[in-house]
Ligand binder design. Structure first.
Ligand SMILES: [Zn+2]
Length: 74
């Protein structure tokens, strides 16, 4: 048995600090909940600045939902 316990270190996307990648680290790949919130906040504000676009795929999908065969019994 080896006494060494190899831990994968990942660089925090927010502050670049190395933190262990383990199931106990709920904030991975971030080093702390603070860095996680900072990144999520930046991501959210970015997406809000992008105008919503309706793609063809979305329209086809919603059409599919409207023609739900289950509601024909009404
Ligand atoms: Zn960090």
């Amino acid at each position: 048995m080896s006494s060494s316990n190899p831990v994968t270190l990942v660089a925090c996307p927010t502050c670049q600090k190395k933190s262990p990648w383990s199931t106990e680290n709920l904030d991975r790949p971030f080093c702390s909940p603070r860095c996680k919130l900072i990144d999520l906040g930046a991501w959210a504000s970015e997406s809000y600045s992008i105008p919503q676009q309706t793609s063809e795929e979305d329209e086809i999908f919603s059409e599919d939902l409207n023609s739900d065969p289950n509601k024909t019994f009404l």
